[in-house]
Design a protein around this ligand. Structure first.
Ligand code: ADP
Length: 527
């Protein structure tokens, strides 16, 4: 099967010829594997991300390099060996702490000049940095490093550099635009064509400023002038966010990372770009959802507030009514002229006060009944969605969130957003009580004709003396707290026909437990 490929190259750790320095400079994290899935080379970005975790992978088999959690990458590479270009997704789309989502990759076939597949290219993106990535790569794997002689490696690898480079450029999520020192476009990759809507033939030889909005062109010219005269660029290094201009004139956000390159004795500048439109839109969407949840929270807080006000105001209102009516009775015995007008006014005051009482009572009845919008929902999904709003903060504080859910649990009939609000409230409280380093666990299990949710944490728990007032409105120990979270949770759960209570968690933390009926019975009593 192998094509003759020994043509006297001696290096095996980097690619010879023109491709090597290029691949080395590409900011994407790149590894090349031969058809037995043995690693042939990795670029500088790879070394920076993974070397400390994985050691030098060159010459080692995939399984010796990657932990079992990365089987999804292996599957992608195997498909690439069969000629497909694939996006490798982690097996589980979601895990409570987000660890499964930390990076994805693209795998593409690596062909030689004859078009024969010689191996696979792996390009990783969204690689989590430092400590986060460590979770994915538990220590103790990949001990078996087989030594391969340079000749062997050479025989297995590097032949068609140009083809390889092109495959990489076409597989990379980043678009590549290479310009010369005058700013004229020399190379425009496929991804760049897709991103800007121009065909390469329409832009090659023209100034790169055509890819920018008018406003940015001046600044760009200044950059280029400085670069030409000083050889210094402020653009190299970290990627920055810029606005690009498509062929149709529309503008969009993209990242830009600059690398310097030399080819054919010429100095060039390579710009790697990623379209940020979708990313920024989805960030906006999450923000919007968060606002929606927060809004519902506020509506509930207001509801509880109003119901407390109603309760508190009722007594003084009753007292006013009594006093006014007594005064009216007294006046009835005095001067007839004043008497008549005063009696009328006082009676009216009494009527108004009563009316206020009726309005408040109605408001309170309405709020405690609350209209629910019920749909059948999977209990696990509810918890996962709710947790995802708190996941980033939890991760940041090294708090692990885990969901344990009994298998084959029937869907429950609930107001989705409200139950998520309850779970989110409990998880938020748990994360706040832990502060740093700990675990929040959501256990979901059937119990008789109910489903039981237990949100427990490894925080300090609730002191004995506070437990009785825990669900009272305005009972808070936080400087910024309203003390309305738990009463709202209670009113939502009770409106669903369940109950909520506190127990000390076995390990010393807090456990908040609530139940939801598995089979919803509509009750007709209008009371
Ligand atoms: P808030 O969070 O605004 O204080 P809540 O009604 O949600 O309002 O909580 C009331 C109080 O209950 C909190 O201030 C805290 O003292 C206590 N609490 C709630 N959850 C926990 C928990 N998981 N661990 C310890 N204390 C808690």
């Amino acid at each position: 099967m192998k094509q003759a490929d020994a043509d006297g190259r001696t290096e095996h750790t980097s690619l010879p010829g023109e491709a090597a320095p290029w691949i080395e400079q590409i900011p994407a994290v790149i590894a090349l594997f031969d058809e037995t899935l043995r690693c042939v080379m990795v670029n500088a970005a790879w070394k920076q991300e993974f070397q400390a975790l994985l050691g030098d992978p060159v010459g080692r088999d995939f399984d010796a390099v990657f932990p079992p959690a990365c089987q999804f990458l292996r599957l992608g590479l195997m498909r690439a060996l069969m000629g497909e270009t694939v996006t490798c997704e982690p097996d589980s789309a979601f895990s409570a702490d987000g660890s499964a989502c930390r990076f994805g990759a693209r795998a593409a076939p690596w062909r030689d000049c004859q078009g024969v597949i010689r191996g696979a290219i792996l390009i990783c993106h969204e690689v989590a940095a430092g400590a986060e990535a460590l979770d994915l790569f538990p220590n103790g794997f990949g001990e078996t490093m087989r030594d391969a002689t340079p000749a062997e490696l050479l025989a297995r690898s590097l032949e068609a550099n140009a083809i390889l480079l092109r495959s990489i450029l076409e597989t990379m999520p980043e678009a590549l635009v290479v310009i010369d020192l005058r700013g004229e476009i020399l190379l425009f990759s496929k991804a760049a064509e897709a991103m800007f809507g121009f065909a390469a033939s329409e832009v090659i030889g023209r100034n790169v400023s055509m890819l920018m909005p008018e406003m940015a062109r001046e600044e760009h010219d200044a950059h280029m002038n400085r670069y030409r005269s000083t050889g210094e660029s402020r653009m190299t290094g970290r990627p920055r966010r810029l606005i690009g201009r498509r062929k149709d004139g529309s503008e969009f956000p993209h990242s830009l990372q600059i690398a310097e390159a030399f080819g054919g004795g010429q100095r060039m500048i390579a710009g790697f770009m990623q379209d940020l439109t979708a990313e920024e839109a989805s960030a906006l969407q999450v923000e919007q959802l968060q606002r929606e949840l927060a809004h519902i929270g506020r509506v509930h807080e207001m509801g509880t507030l109003a119901s407390t006000i109603a309760h508190e105001l009722n007594q003084p209102l009753m007292a006013i009514t009594n006093i006014v009516q007594t005064a009216a009775a007294l006046l009835e015995r005095s001067d007839p002229a004043i008497r008549e007008a005063t009696v009328k006014a006082l009676n009216e005051a009494g009527q108004e006060t009563l009316r206020a009482g009726i309005i408040l009572r109605r408001l309170r009845d309405f709020l405690s009944r609350g209209e629910l919008e019920k749909t059948f929902e999977g209990a696990r999904n509810l918890a996962e969605d709710a947790i995802s709003f708190e996941a980033a903060l939890a991760r940041y504080r090294n708090i692990h969130c885990a969901i344990e859910c009994s298998a084959n649990l029937a869907p429950i009939l609930v107001d989705r957003v409200q139950i998520q609000q309850v779970i989110l409230n409990l998880v938020k409280n748990a994360v706040q009580s832990i502060g740093k380093n700990g675990t929040v666990r959501i256990a979901i299990a059937p119990e008789g004709n109910m489903v039981r949710f237990t949100v427990s944490d490894t925080g300090p728990g609730v002191p004995e003396g506070r437990i009785a007032r825990l669900f009272d409105p305005f009972s808070t120990t936080k400087t910024e707290g309203m003390g309305l979270g738990l009463p709202i949770c209670r009113s939502i759960i009770e409106a669903h026909g369940g109950s909520i209570w506190y127990e000390a968690a076995p390990g010393g933390g807090a456990s908040f437990i609530f139940t939801i009926p598995l089979f919803h019975e509509e009750s007709d009593d209008a009371g």
